[in-house]
Design a protein around this ligand. Structure first.
Ligand SMILES: [Zn+2]
Ligand SMILES: [Zn+2]
Length: 111
């Protein structure tokens, strides 16, 4: 994922480092869907943003998502990688679906 300059700026702030640490202390176990579903107990080492910080455009909006306690999720390194891979494949799937729909609309209209 290409990292936005504002994103990099925010992720390197003292404020984020502190918040991240607080989150991991408050929730030291991975709280991803898969671990919850399988009752798996593994320690979290990273903090994931549930609503991606890069899904918004202005720095004010990014800041709001970045530092929103309720938008944070403690995850293990492995689960974090999986979550992002899934997010990416979902986006790709949605794009393909949207394209298929558009093609269908074209067919309905012109053929
Ligand atoms: Zn997990
Ligand atoms: Zn993440």
């Amino acid at each position: 994922m290409a990292k936005d300059a504002n994103y990099i700026k925010l992720i390197n702030t003292q404020r984020w480092r502190k918040l991240r640490l607080m989150k991991l202390q408050a929730q030291p176990l991975c709280e991803c869907e898969e671990c919850k579903e399988h009752g798996r107990i593994i320690s979290a080492t990273e903090v994931h943003h549930i609503v991606p910080v890069e899904s918004v455009t202005t720095i004010e909006q990014m800041e709001a998502l970045m530092f929103d306690w309720n938008n944070l999720m403690s995850v293990s390194n492995e689960c974090h990688a999986r979550i992002h891979a899934e997010m990416f494949s979902h986006t790709k799937e949605n794009v393909q679906k949207a394209n298929a729909k558009r093609t269908q609309r074209f067919i309905d209209k012109f053929l």
